[in-house]
Design a protein around this ligand. Structure first.
Ligand SMILES: *[C@@H]1O[C@H](CO)[C@@H](O)[C@H](O)[C@H]1NC(C)=O
Ligand SMILES: *[C@@H]1O[C@H](CO)[C@@H](O)[C@H](O)[C@H]1NC(C)=O
Length: 257
């Protein structure tokens, strides 16, 4: 009974984590829609009594993944993270509390806290470690006058897709909804040069094909997708090169040519 009491007390302490010893921030860069590892370590735990808790520190603390009593504890997990998180189970006993996050989206960006406690720690001590996560733009490089594909993916059905050229002031490049292209608001500069891969949209492919690539096409693009499971944005940085030349047009401009 005393042991059970002690255990409850620890769980309570763990939820509050009032005595966390914070380690300096680590920066992690992740790629949109890929997997990402948020690193975290604690003092080795040899007889399986580790506590691990991952939270996202935004306006409110969001519970992402907890682990104690030798198993994942996901009843309080935020719905946005459901099915996307895992720990490296076979390495927890070595003090590895790193979190693997699948299908990274821009909304995941933020400050993550890893609270953990191993066996060698004094009973009320929890370590915590902050990890700042940034999602990188996808870099795409295309050849002047040729064809170019800007990658984008999504999950779900009944998708709404909007492509914008952000760097030129959110120009509308291409839209797709109600299962067809919607080009009434398309910016003139892109007229007749854009298409999606129609036969692959239902499999989660929202990539944009651009033909007859021009110098003004250089810049940052946003792919917005929305389905019943949520709305997401991803960013692509497009550079245009002349065939056989490594420098893009923007590089040449910087070099005063
Ligand atoms: C934890 O284990 C994973 C999988 O082997 C590895 O990729 C990661 O670097 C480890 N992290 C730490 C902090 O040891
Ligand atoms: C979408 O389909 C096109 C054409 O098959 C392919 O080139 C592209 O890589 C696909 N993109 C993604 C993100 O799946």
């Amino acid at each position: 009974v005393l042991l059970l009491h002690r255990f409850r007390y620890l769980i309570q302490m763990f939820e509050l984590c009032s005595v966390c010893l914070c380690v300096a921030d680590a920066e992690v860069s992740c790629v949109f829609m890929e997997s990402c590892i948020l690193p975290c370590n604690f003092q080795g735990d040899s007889d399986g009594d580790a506590f691990i808790k991952w939270t996202l520190m935004k306006d409110i603390q969001t519970s992402i993944h907890s682990y104690f009593s030798n198993q994942d504890q996901l009843t309080q997990q935020d719905a946005h993270f459901r099915g996307r998180t895992s720990l490296f189970k076979e390495q927890i006993s070595l003090g590895n509390a790193s979190l693997q996050l699948k299908w990274v989206v821009f909304q995941d960006e933020g400050r993550y806290k890893c609270s953990s406690r191993g066996n060698n720690d004094s009973p009320e001590t929890f370590h915590c470690q902050d990890v700042t996560r940034l999602v990188k733009d996808t870099e795409v490089s295309c050849i002047f006058t040729e064809r170019c594909v800007l990658p984008c993916s999504y999950r779900g059905t009944d998708v709404v897709i909007h492509w914008y050229q952000v760097s030129a002031g959110d120009l509308r490049v291409h839209s797709f909804y109600y299962n067809k292209d919607q080009l009434a608001d398309q910016n003139q500069h892109f007229r007749g040069r854009t298409s999606l891969f129609k036969d692959q949209i239902s499999t989660g492919n929202a990539s944009l094909q651009l033909t007859g690539v021009e110098v003004q096409d250089e810049g940052r693009y946003k792919c917005y997708t929305s389905t019943y499971s949520g709305a997401y944005e991803s960013f692509i940085n497009l550079k245009i090169h002349v065939q056989g030349n490594r420098d893009s047009f923007s590089d040449l401009k910087v070099n005063g040519m």
